[in-house]
Design a protein around this ligand. Structure first.
Ligand code: TMP
Length: 206
């Protein structure tokens, strides 16, 4: 039985969610909390191998359907090998992206495949975070920031501004659909100010 707490960070590419996930984990560690910081796609050796297939290369490399299967396969391995064992020992798991990314990226922004996403989620994942921070940001600013990193993992950034605009709409809709779980954060502010808001929300939650 899971006794830990499961927290995710979501947002469009370049929104600053990875920085915020890291700062949130550091905040809890300073308080002596057992924290596991992880990410998707990835977070386990097998899922990290699948990650490379997904984030590198030609934007047209996979259809949206194939992507859903690959992201879900990676998530299942991440859940089995990293998340569930950590929750079982009572840790706080902080993940940089989880199933909401598939709902928004593949389910809404790349074809109307939300039903397939939901069916697969309930068949092989069946778990959502207890709390989700959605970092909101103007797509123009976020894309500039994301591409400036030149990480070599720009397959989704390379789909362009229109795509990022759709993604932002998708994330905002998601917050509206799950207001008890999702906490919307204005990511346009200084990173330290954003981190402070998140830390106090986390303290209240835990
Ligand atoms: P990252 O840049 O946040 O590490 O995520 C890698 C890319 O994968 C990012 O552009 C978002 C995308 N992605 C999806 O399209 N669907 C998913 O389910 C996940 C987890 C990520």
């Amino acid at each position: 039985m899971s006794v830990g707490r499961f927290i995710s960070f979501e947002g469009i590419d370049g929104s600053g969610k990875s920085t915020q996930a890291r700062l949130a984990a550091a905040h809890l560690e300073r308080k002596g909390v057992d924290v596991v910081l992880t990410r998707e796609p990835g977070g386990s050796p097998g899922a990290e191998e699948i990650r490379r297939l997904l984030v590198e290369g030609d934007p047209e490399r996979w259809s949206a359907e194939t992507e859903i299967l690959l992201f879900t396969a990676a998530r299942r391995d991440h859940l089995e090998k990293t998340i569930l064992p950590a929750l079982a020992r009572g840790a706080v798991v902080i993940t940089d992206r989880f199933a909401d990314s598939t709902r928004v990226y593949q389910g809404a922004a790349r074809g109307d495949l939300r039903q397939l996403v939901d069916q697969l989620h309930s068949a092989v994942i069946g778990r959502d975070p207890d709390l989700t921070f959605v970092i909101d940001m103007k797509p123009e600013d976020a894309l500039r920031r994301g591409l400036a990193r030149k990480s070599g993992e720009d397959r989704f950034e390379d789909m362009g501004l229109e795509f990022q605009i759709k993604l932002r709409e998708g994330f905002l809709r998601l917050v509206g659909d799950a207001p008890d779980r999702c906490w919307l954060v204005d990511g346009a502010r200084d990173a330290a100010v954003v981190a402070e808001e998140i830390a106090s929300r986390l303290d209240a939650f835990l």
